[in-house]
Write a protein that binds this ligand. Structure first.
Ligand SMILES: Nc1ncnc2c1ncn2[C@@H]1O[C@H](COP(=O)(O)OP(=O)(O)OP(=O)(O)O)[C@@H](O)[C@H]1O
Ligand SMILES: [Mg+2]
Length: 310
């Protein structure tokens, strides 16, 4: 096995809210291998973005994180702002979930794309248009888009411009949060192709997405989050051929290509600490011991599943 680029060990993240503690990530242990695409899938509120934000050191002040997340051996949890300045955008790139609010409307797109490179890579200001044009082309946008402001772009164009900003310093690790959300088929295809190109160039990608079809198309590894826990982790082929966790099975059965069967029941409460399998109340196979299940099993090499059935 190669050394993982990102290694998570027993990561727990909770939020201090006016309604008490809310549990966003519980006991997540998993590795991201270099030069792979890991798709992190699961329903809304399952903890995908919070986990991505933790890797980027972008958790809000009311978050409390414990455990360990390393990047190339460097412990990320607990780095100072100054230490983050040395690696954020440079080693780890982040493309946030909401392009409209992530692109500063005061600057032109080519300024947003080139700003970090001007400071970090000594790109000259007068070369910024050319620098931005290369990156815009990479994400399938006309070079002239660089002269626009974000509010002049369609949602799909803004999404691609945001990816161009995120890859400006060519970080080895890219975390893309819902990069295809709300896009029409043409923009969807362009983003999917851009992700595949970036992966082909050797970037390691963590792709956070609701879209199981996209995950199937581009990922090497699948992580399934449910109710703050990593309920399954598997190589893509194994996952789609034989999903092991009952939630994973439900998630696949809900895909349009597999009949759109919804999972009956409701998601667990954010405010109840998940002690065992978070799917227990919806699971047709649940037994009493599921309430206590803390550790995943490893049915085959490279797979883990939080389920007593395996
Ligand atoms: N700043 C915050 N304060 C309190 N709770 C938060 C905060 N940010 C996120 N949460 C909560 O943490 C949980 C996980 O949120 P997260 O954004 O990771 O979900 P997600 O899986 O990305 O969902 P979606 O698919 O809708 O983007 C949710 O219950 C959310 O409400
Ligand atoms: Mg999210």
């Amino acid at each position: 096995m190669t050394t993982p680029l990102v290694a998570m060990h027993d990561v727990n993240i909770r939020f201090n809210t006016t309604r008490g503690w809310g549990y966003a990530v519980t006991a997540v242990s998993a590795d991201v291998r270099a030069n792979t695409v890991t798709a992190i899938i699961g329903e809304s509120g399952s903890g995908k973005s919070v986990l991505g934000a933790a890797v980027m050191g972008l958790l809000p002040n009311n978050a409390e994180a414990s455990g360990s997340i390393t990047y190339a051996g460097l412990e990320l949890l607990g780095l100072t702002d100054r230490e983050w300045d040395q690696i954020r955008g440079i080693e780890l790139g982040w493309v946030a979930q909401n392009p409209a609010s992530s692109l500063n409307p005061v600057y032109r797109i080519d300024e947003l794309i080139s700003e970090a490179a001007i400071h970090r890579r000594r790109i000259r200001r007068r070369d910024k248009r050319r620098f931005a044009a290369d990156l815009l082309t990479k994400v399938g946008l006309p070079a002239a888009t660089g002269r626009n402001y974000s509010f002049e772009l369609s949602g799909g164009m803004a999404q691609r411009a945001l990816i161009a900003v995120g890859i400006g310093l060519d970080p080895p690790l890219l975390i893309l949060d819902e990069p295809t959300k709300g896009l029409d088929p043409a923009n969807y295809d362009r983003i999917r192709d851009a992700i595949m190109d970036l992966a082909g160039e050797g970037h390691t990608i963590m792709l956070i997405t609701h879209d199981v079809t996209l995950a199937e198309q581009v990922a090497d590894e699948i992580w399934v989050l449910y109710g703050s826990r990593l309920v399954e982790q598997a190589p893509k082929q194994d996952f789609f051929a034989t999903p092991l966790h009952p939630y994973s099975q439900g998630l696949l059965a809900a895909m349009p290509s597999r009949g759109l069967h919804p999972i009956p029941g409701e998601s667990p409460s954010f405010f109840v600490p998940p002690e065992g399998c978070p799917f227990v109340d919806r699971c047709p196979y649940a037994v009493a011991a599921c309430h206590e299940l803390k550790t995943p099993s490893h049915p085959t090499e490279g797979r883990s599943v939080l389920c007593l059935l395996h």
